[in-house]
Design a protein around this ligand. Structure first.
Ligand SMILES: Nc1ncnc2c1ncn2[C@@H]1O[C@H](COP(=O)(O)OP(=O)(O)OP(=O)(O)O)[C@@H](O)[C@H]1O
Length: 269
């Protein structure tokens, strides 16, 4: 089981070599008839091992497109995507996704849903089943292995989706507004859950969100995107200690980070 119970109570240690290195990414969509839409232009970002970076920006600016490029689901028109020094040219087995909707298979039990990524990799082993159960325990769903998705609330389903993403020891977790469909309280619970999983597994995370407070609460760094074509307006390092506490949301440092992000997004001056 790769989930270590030990991790420093602060953010990840920076390595000399970045875990993820995204250089001068450009994406042009061919709309046909000689028309093109430039979604991303000259976007560069480095992601350290174990780091959580939020991608915050206006709707339609290119966040999902960037995430899909990192995932190898979309090809960049120009630029380089490197993970641990290797160029990414297609979907990678060590990456995992969590989307806004949990997308569980309704005919499979909770445990069978979580084990699915192991099945398609032909890695369904006893150790894998143990890991799935340990993850369920971690997200507070022990005892729910044999239930079906329809018997769970939206928040519980999203926790199952998180277990499914982590069951195969993903080293990079790509999250696209994963908690956007949840109510405020459930979302806060999921924030703490994600941070505790990150602390135990040291998984690196790119997290797309529209929410300024979500980005500040979760992140080591908030990457504020410009309007389309997307580039990074600014990287805001969040110098609040981990583990994060909800009380921090009312501290001056937290609100100052929120204000800076709001300024960059043109919401306040
Ligand atoms: N396959 C495609 N073909 C043409 N245009 C596309 C395609 N995919 C995305 N786009 C365009 O690229 C731009 C960026 O889209 P993207 O989904 O990356 O934005 P986003 O920042 O994730 O938006 P949101 O926050 O609303 O989800 C949009 O204008 C979108 O219409």
């Amino acid at each position: 089981m790769a989930i270590s119970k030990e991790r420093a109570r602060c953010g990840p240690v920076s390595n000399v070599e970045p875990f993820g290195d995204f250089k001068n990414i450009e994406k042009r969509f061919d709309l046909g008839g000689g028309e093109y839409l430039t979604a991303i232009e000259q976007l560069s970002l480095k992601l350290e091992k174990g780091q959580l970076i939020s991608l915050l920006g206006p709707s339609g600016c290119g966040k999902t497109t960037f995430l899909r490029i990192v995932a190898g689901l979309e090809r960049a028109s120009a630029g380089e995507v490197r993970i641990e020094g290797r160029a990414i040219s297609g979907p990678h087995p060590d990456f995992a996704f969590v989307f806004q909707q949990p997308n569980l298979m309704p005919w499979r039990t909770v445990l069978e849903n979580i084990l699915f990524p192991l099945e398609i990799r032909r890695q369904r082993t006893q150790a894998g089943i143990e890991r799935a159960k340990e993850l369920l325990d971690l997200v507070g769903l022990d005892g729910f292995e044999s239930r079906y998705p329809s018997e769970l609330s939206g928040g519980m389903q999203q926790r199952v989706a998180l277990c499914r993403a982590l069951v195969h020891d993903a080293r990079l977790l790509l999250m696209d507004e994963p908690f956007g469909a949840l109510d405020e309280l459930k979302r806060m619970e999921m924030h703490d859950l994600l941070l505790s999983i990150r602390a135990r597994t040291n998984v690196s995370v790119l997290f797309v969100t529209h929410s300024i407070s979500e980005a500040v609460y979760l992140s080591d760094v908030v990457a504020v995107f410009s309007r389309r074509p997307a580039t990074i307006s600014k990287l805001i390092p969040i110098d609040l200690p981990y583990p994060r506490q909800h009380e921090m949301r009312y501290e001056a440092q937290f609100t100052e980070h929120e204000r800076e992000a709001s300024r960059l997004l043109g919401i306040v001056r």
